[in-house]
Design a protein around this ligand. Structure first.
Ligand SMILES: NC(=O)c1ccc[n+]([C@@H]2O[C@H](COP(=O)([O-])OP(=O)(O)OC[C@H]3O[C@@H](n4cnc5c(N)ncnc54)[C@H](O)[C@@H]3O)[C@@H](O)[C@H]2O)c1
Length: 267
């Protein structure tokens, strides 16, 4: 066996949601470098220029950019129908799109008593229900993949642990309840899907720690102090874990949840 070939996605179609986002575009570049044919999904009006830039010089395989509002069930069904009609199996599905802490929603990243039920519901729709829907709709396609299908769901440290509010002291940042609840759901959904879709499809989750994105200096300092590896994450830090779990290097791994957080959760 050639290990380098086991890490290649040659001949496989890889679908990434939220691919125009910070982590999504680094994932796209990583999969492209390993020879994948990409289907990149994000909201209408997304700026794809940075994604194209990231992938410049990668592999020259076809890239399909698709627009879908993952909050909207008919839009999701339309995406699934189009992918199924295309006929070519999906080898890898990366459920990466989400409302995140910085999403500009009302009743979201605000103190507990101001978080709204409507926004909580919307976050569940995008962060959790859309993951279920895509996995269910694309299950037959993933199962047909000649080398076995793989799903990687992107969770979060906040799907596994509660927020340490001392990190947020003196900042306007917050941590929405719906974010943690939806990501906790994604991590458990991963285990449910893993035993349900085996042996044809492997299902795993990767949970990033906080990514450095210009947060207030006091937050960064405190965050770094409680992180064994001494820094916040970068988007690139997440890519290797996703590529590993999506590839045949992880062919005997399913139902697992890998925290990629510099040791933040190891205490
Ligand atoms: N950035 C972090 O610190 C961090 C930490 C832990 C986990 N994560 C997870 O990593 C993943 C990527 O996050 P990111 O930091 O790159 O965020 P990002 O906001 O840069 O990217 C998220 C992408 O999802 C897309 N998206 C959101 N709602 C959508 C919808 N309704 N339909 C279609 N697309 C939609 C956005 O347009 C965006 O391109 C998310 O699942 C997030 O929860 C991020």
């Amino acid at each position: 066996m050639k290990w380098i070939e086991e890490m290649s996605f040659t001949g496989g179609r890889v679908l990434i949601t939220g691919a125009a986002g910070g982590i999504g575009r680094k994932l796209a570049a990583g999969f492209a470098e390993l020879d994948a044919e990409l289907v990149l999904v994000d909201r209408a009006g997304s700026d794809w220029a940075p994604v194209r830039e990231e992938m410049r010089g990668a592999n020259g395989r076809p890239v399909c950019f698709m627009e879908c509002d993952l909050e909207d069930q008919p839009s999701r069904q339309c995406l699934i129908d189009q992918l199924v009609a295309a006929g070519q199996p999906i080898q890898v599905l990366v459920n990466n799109a989400a409302f995140v802490g910085t999403s500009g929603l009302t009743g979201w990243a605000v103190p507990f008593d101001q978080q709204s039920v409507d926004t909580f519901r919307r976050a569940l729709e995008v962060n959790l229900i859309a993951v279920f829907h895509l996995c269910q709709g694309l299950a037959p396609s993933l199962a047909r993949s000649p080398s076995g299908g793989a799903i990687v769901n992107i969770g979060s440290i906040y799907g596994a642990l509660g927020p340490d509010w001392s990190l947020y002291d003196g900042t306007s940042m917050s941590n929405p309840a719906a974010y943690g609840a939806s990501k906790g759901g994604v991590i458990q959904l991963t285990r449910w899907l893993a035993t349900t879709m085996a042996p044809a499809v492997r299902v795993n989750a990767v949970s990033p720690g906080g990514i450095s994105r210009g947060q207030p200096e006091s937050f960064v300092r405190r965050y770094e102090q409680r992180t064994p590896l001494g820094r916040m994450g970068t988007e690139e830090d997440i890519v290797g874990a996703v590529l590993y779990l999506a590839s045949r290097w992880a062919r005997y791994t399913t139902g697992q949840h890998l925290l990629v957080d510099g040791g933040w959760s190891a205490w």
